[in-house]
Design a protein around this ligand. Structure first.
Ligand SMILES: NC(=O)c1ccc[n+]([C@@H]2O[C@H](COP(=O)([O-])OP(=O)(O)OC[C@H]3O[C@@H](n4cnc5c(N)ncnc54)[C@H](O)[C@@H]3O)[C@@H](O)[C@H]2O)c1
Length: 425
């Protein structure tokens, strides 16, 4: 069997490597020439535990090749981006382009699997008409499925293998062929459904998480107003066996949770009132952090602010839709001097420091924006003399606030009023 994988990003590359590791010939295609060159030189542009060794292995044994154009194959998998436009509509242009690119290579008996996240009915209403231009009878000569990816960056390989997978075929034969394909490496359950349902499953998952985070962010505002510690309240509420409230934070980032709910809103705006409200709350969250920062430095002349963690998610280098970037932009717009640190992003940012020590020097407010391990285990009290003013805003609730307070720090958490009297405990 031979697979042609369209898109070699966070999803396409590890998936291609997994298939190649299981004795399938895989040709990876990406329109980004630089990326293809790097892959062929065995250079990785994403940080993902275990991926580098596996990729080198399948390149060396000849199972995996990469170029900028497709090739004949038995199976074509589409794993290209599906961002949103500036007016929050699904931008499916990459998916359409990738499907058009494979048209000349399609023959009877082939299978096309769309892994990219797409709005409900995209396969039926948009992809099948394009595939029909091949003059093959879709559903008979050409099988088609949607199998959304639900892995977590940072745990991609593990989750590719162990997560349950949804396969939504346009008919039973498409489902069965797709299940057979993924069984080469998936050890989780594989559930079969129709394409429309599979599209919605993925969107429900991310929308559930977005709404849950919006609820936590709303609780945080309530905690600040009513002068109680919302983190403690949420932790205690979650001891209830049927309650699982997510954590409030600086906002929602990434290519999925901050984007996918809009795919539902676009298709059914009148019916998506709660989903729309949740998006609004989470989009405002970074601006709430900016207000907290401003409040903490309001009596300081020309304050220096340090942001720790630019990636939207801890222990990754993924900057897509990162709330940290919104906070950075907003602070710079307001004229603050901002220092940055992130050990995982190699992008050049003016003001980016090489070490935590360098970033903390002379700062008036240190803001933890993600939970990289480097920050979780760091004893900031050892650097207390480097600070100009010992303000720390911990938006991820990862530091030992008690110890920091004992070292003279003013620790601010989301969902906790500036001054809370816990002296009796
Ligand atoms: N990253 C995640 O954690 C994650 C998780 C679940 C689902 N998804 C979904 O998977 C899909 C892919 O996401 P990703 O994170 O891998 O994106 P990505 O941006 O990391 O990678 C996509 C790659 O596709 C390439 N590309 C664009 N058009 C192409 C074309 N016509 N032919 C070949 N290559 C093309 C791009 O150059 C890019 O390298 C998206 O729909 C996303 O929503 C992502």
């Amino acid at each position: 069997m031979k697979i042609c994988m369209m898109g070699l990003g966070y999803i396409g590359l590890p998936t291609a490597v997994m298939f190649a590791q299981h004795d399938i010939d895989v040709h990876g295609v990406d329109i980004n020439e630089e990326l293809v060159k790097k892959i062929n030189k065995k250079e990785l542009t994403i940080q993902e535990p275990g991926l580098y060794e596996k990729m080198c292995n399948v390149i060396e044994n000849g199972r995996f090749t990469a170029s900028t154009s497709p090739t004949n194959a038995d199976v074509f998998i589409i794993a290209v981006p599906t961002p949103i436009t500036s007016d929050k509509k699904a931008d499916l242009s990459f998916v359409y382009a990738a499907v058009r690119m494979i048209l000349p290579y399609l023959e009877s008996g082939r299978l096309v699997v769309v892994e990219s996240t797409v709005p409900p009915r995209t396969i039926e209403d948009k992809i099948i008409p394009i595939l029909s231009e091949s003059r093959l009878e879709v559903g008979k000569d050409l099988l088609v499925s949607h199998s959304p990816e639900r892995v977590l960056p940072g745990k991609l390989i593990e989750e590719l293998i162990w997560n349950d997978r949804i396969v939504g075929g346009i008919n039973e034969e498409s489902c069965l062929r797709t299940v057979f394909l993924y069984k080469h490496f998936v050890k989780g359950n594989i559930y079969m459904t129709d394409a429309r349902t599979a599209e919605m499953v993925k969107l429900i998952e991310n929308t559930y998480r977005d709404v849950n985070i919006a609820l936590a962010n709303e609780f945080a505002e309530i905690g600040e107003k009513l002068e109680l510690n919302i983190m403690e309240a949420i932790t205690l509420a979650n001891y209830h066996p049927r309650v699982n409230i997510h954590a409030p934070g600086p906002g929602v980032g990434g290519h999925c949770i901050a984007v996918d709910p809009y795919f539902i809103i676009e298709q059914a705006p009148e019916e998506s009132k709660l989903i729309t409200l949740a998006r609004n709350i989470n989009e405002k969250a970074p601006y709430r952090i900016v207000s907290l920062i401003e409040k903490s430095v309001e009596n300081i002349n020309n304050p220096v602010i340090t942001l720790l963690g630019l990636a939207y998610k801890g222990n990754t280098s993924d900057l897509r839709e990162s709330p940290s970037l919104v906070i950075l932009e907003e602070l710079e717009k307001k004229g603050y001097q901002v220092k940055l640190h992130d050990p995982h992003t190699c992008e050049f940012f003016p003001g980016k420091s090489n070490t935590i020590e360098e970033s903390v020097k002379d700062t008036d407010c240190l803001v933890i924006l993600n939970d990289h391990n480097e920050y979780k285990s760091f004893n900031f009290q050892t650097l207390k003399n480097l600070f100009h003013t010992r303000n720390i805003i911990d938006t991820k609730n990862i530091l030992n606030h008690q110890t920091l307070r004992e070292h003279g720090f003013n620790c601010i958490q989301i969902g906790t009023p500036f001054k809370i009297n816990n002296n009796w405990r």
